[in-house]
Structure formats: structure tokens, C-alpha cells
Design a binder for this molecule. Sequence first.
Ligand code: SF4
Length: 401
Amino acid sequence: MDIKTFKPRKLEIPVTEIEQASFCRLDDNLRSKTLEEEFKSGVKWQKVPIRYLKMKPDEIDSEIIKMKSMIGDKLFILGHHYQREEVIKFADTTGDSFKLSLEASKVKNAEYIVFCGVHFMAETADILTTSNQKVILPNMAAGCSMADMASAEDVEDAWKFVEENFDDFIPITYMNSTASIKSLCGKNGGMVCTSSNAKASFEQYLPKGKKIFFFPDQHLGRNTALSLGVKKDEVKVWNPFKENGGLTLDELNKTKVLVWQGHCSVHTRFNIDQIEEAKSKGANVIVHPECTNEVVSQADYVGSTEYIIDVVNDAEPGTKWGVGTEINLVKRLASQNPDKEIFCLDPIVCPCATMYRIHPAYLLWVLDGIAAGLVINQVDVDFEKKVNSKIALERMLNLPK
Ligand code: SF4
């Protein structure tokens, strides 16, 4: 990006972000309707053959069971913790994005990996699996609003500018990003991280005097930096809609951690009032580090999805938990721990709208395809991106435990 020829980008809010509140409701009934009814929710859905639109939940369930047994060991279904109940019950394994991708890389006999999650997760699974395994995303419209906030083009421009003016920045990307950004990090000495090892990844570089350019979640980046003693004014936000990210060279010079202006639409719904309300009921508060720093600093516990699951499962019977993460996971934790009181900090029931696009009818559609010898919705990362992304992922895997 030539500074003199910089043309500010049009302010484009990702469609997935605009659509985020489409499935929010005041009651707690998140049960699936027919796909035809769900199409009325006002979000973008991938087109499917008409037969799948009207199928009733019971009919879809029995056909999925039939298809699973017909395809047998060649099939492995991965279910992210934030998936709706009607989908996750068919998963061969459940987990967060990285755990699922690692699981996928271990099931070498499975030719078809169906990822019930969102697009960047299926890309990561494709990077980590062998060339004869096909990774399938049941609905290609299941993106991630956070990943969509960092387009490959914008990140490349920003990195080019930073790299041309400074020689001490290292790019680190959160797992929740496209393969293009993982590849950029791999090519430029950086790495990928998850919410459970973000701190360890920063520790690889900050003590050596390096600066970090972190994509795409400003909150995870800021929370991690502050937890390592970086001062608030040494963390700056890169705004992709402004010339040079809206920062002067002097400001960038004084920056230790530069964070991309992205966020998770689900985790930024949590606020201080909700925390105070939960604490007034005698609840412990546990939140995900994608929440704002204001929220994180008031919570009793902060950690990744897997951490939240472990802490709540291991808690003493009779304890109360106000949880700041995706509603499908909170509801599952509550039903699996009837001896504890577990509730979502946000009283409005708001699932991750992109995960929610994996309706059971889409799962059936891709399984029908496999049974008929047709691969529908394969996610296939190109060779160069795969190689460089793998480098960035392997640097993460080699982090000290
Ligand atoms: S919960 Fe947030 S970060 Fe996770 S997939 Fe949904 S929008 Fe993306």
C-alpha cells in the first residue's frame, strides 16, 4: 500500500455481523423448525433442493441415522460446542475449533470429514488432514462475523505498511481467521494461537523486544497483552477503514501490541450490568476472553471454551454460575450439571447466528450426497496457503505447555 495513493475503503460491515441478532429471542426455545420456516429469519442461507425445506425434525433425524450407518467408517462428523442440540447429537466428537481440527487429523481412515462449525474451522481441518480426506461444511453460508471483519486484502495491505516502516513486528492470528491470514503469519515468522495459548504465543516474542500485530479479535489481543503487563496505551487498534489504520508512525513506534479492529458479535454482548446482576444473586462469573476488557476485568474466571467447560463441570454441587459465552453451550452445561445453577449472563437468548446456519437438513443434504458418491460443499484450501498456514499452526503446536 503506497501511502500517497491510499484510498479509504468503503465502510463495509460484514453481512454476518448485521445478521447476528436474527435468531435472538426472549423465550428460551431454540428448537429447530423446518428449514422453510427458518429461511424466514432474514439471514443468508445456502440454497438446497426443495425436498429438504419441508422435512420435519423427526424425519430428518431418522434419515441422518440411516445415512450415518450406510456410510460407516468413511464418515466422521465434528460438532463445535456452539452448535444447536439437534445437530451436535450426531457428532462423533465435540470440541472447540482447534480440538476438532486435531481430531480430524487423527482419523486417517475417514474419507469424509463433515465439520458442523463455521467456515474457518473447516479450512483449518482441511489444512491439517491428508490430501485424500475431504472436509465438508454443510452450509457454505456458515461464516464467522469476526473472521469476516479481516479480509485477506485489508490484512495484506496493513501488514505491508507495517513491515515497510518497522522491522520488529510479528504477525499472530487467532484461530478464528481465514486461511489467507494464517498463511500470511506463517510466511512472516508469526503463528496462529487459540484463546487457551494466546498468552504463550505473545510470550514467544514480547520478551525479545518484538512487537505484535494481532488479527482479527481486538479483545483477545488486548486482554492477552494487558495480562502480560503491557500498558493500556501500548496497545493500539488498527482501523482498516482509515489511512494507515488511523495511526501515526510515532504512535506505531510506541505500540507494543497492535490489534485489528475486529470482534465477536456473540461475546461483546456481555456487559458490566449483567455481571453485577449475576454477582448479586451469589453467582460466580466466568467469561470468554473474546469479551471486552471491562467485562474480563470484572469476571471471577476467564478462559477458553474448554476451560469454561472444565471449571463449571468441576465446580462444587450447589454453586451458581453466570456464564459469558455462547448460549447453546451454556444450556448444555446447565442440563449436564443439574446439581448446579448455571445461566447465561445475557437474559436475551442469542445464539451464534453463523453456527446456527448448520440446520440438521443441511447435514442430511451433504450425507445424502456422500452416500450417492457426490461431495457437496467441500472446503479446499489452495496448496500454497495450506503450506504456509501449516507452518503457523506448527509453531503454535510447538509452544511450551
Ligand atoms: S461465537 Fe463469535 S467468534 Fe465464534 S463463530 Fe460465532 S461469531 Fe465467530
